[in-house]
Design a protein around this ligand. Sequence first.
Ligand code: ARG
Length: 460
Amino acid sequence: MKLWGGRFNEGSSKILEEFNGSISFDKRMYAEDIEGSVAHSKMLANQGIISQEEQKLIEDGLLEIKEEIEKGEFDFNIEDEDIHMAIEKKLIEKIGVTGGKLHTARSRNDQVALDIRMYLKKEGQLIKELLKDVMEAIYSKSLENKEVIMPGYTHLQRAQPISAAHHFMAYFQMFKRDYARLEQAIERIDEMPLGAGALAGTTYNIDREFVAKELGFGKITENSIDTVSDRDFIIEMNFVISMISMHLSRFCEEIVVWSTTEFSFVEMADTYSTGSSIMPQKKNPDVAELIRGKTGRIYGNLVGIMTVMKGLPLAYNKDTQEDKEGVFDSIDTIKISLVIFKEMFETMKINREKMYENLEGGFINATDVADYLAKKGVPFREAHRVVGEIVVYCEINKKKISELKIGEFKEFDENFGEDIHKKIGLESCVWERNSYGGTGRKALEVQLVNGKKYLKKIGG
Ligand code: ARG
């Protein structure tokens, strides 16, 4: 018999139960459901709505149920529809009619909002930790490789030489923003919804502030209709996870490209690659590909819930039961992706020689030749044109710019002097780009110091 069965005559069919129920996935919020119910019962007793003895009975019963669930002795049954009903029914089974008092001044609508907010707060903190671990790994690899020079790319064409550390630290900045976004999302999740009732509040003299304090919430929600109806905080969680996943995916894409024979910038540890069943020579970067690929389902979950919400009238609608599976999946997926990414990245070997070799050809110091002229007073646009001609000349004569004699330089522009070779050497091209945020030695040092400070601030 259902708890709300009084109103209905016929037992619902099995297939309808399957369709209507959410226990198969919302059972993962059992701990939040129980913690929320204990706090609610304490509040009811404090306010004289139930007696202290009844509260004690309810609390003990709930804690027993928690233990049973954790020992794997609890029978999750689709007939109970969802985790809220399953626990309440079990409580009544255990302690009798007093169990029926727990749901006083509460609706499943505010109860489910409470559970999911508590669950997201907890998981949000875990994701923050994992994100911090990834940032630490990036920072360490950057320190190790700050002297390593590699080609920097635009349009995936060799553009200008950079420090490998500068490249890695670009991702550090992205994850730093993701971390802040996650913190801000958690701040908005951190509002206690219980007391909104079905949609309009309650006539009981409840104490919402007490419940919020008891459960560690920073605030209580302001409008009962909004409280049971909107799911923007879940959407935000999906979005923040999507953003993290997008950043991971870009990094993984580079790792896939860098581990090709053509690039050979990095070599994945054997544990993080797989062989081919047919081609014995292959070592595939499957892990990086999978993290990149999983971004697809994470985006899917975001678009899914956005679409569920777009046409819903106020207040609660059963459609919102669809809010959970997607965000649960995104949470699971990003957690494992962050853990695996960190390990893969840490064990990845950087092929410094190969990175350096790739600086040859492609006229990677062409901008510096133009800058040289511009610093001598040649308008940059004109300098750019001159260097374009030099590049064509080098291509025809199969030379690098640095191999040109001073006489050859002067034929293109009188302003070239004896110091040109030094100025366009790779070392000065990289280490002298010291504008704030640049790859130059001094600028990079500032970035690394700031990175370290940031890690310390977030508890690294
Ligand atoms: N299982 C439901 C959900 O996940 C709980 C709320 C149900 N409320 C209701 N009035 N049917 O959203």
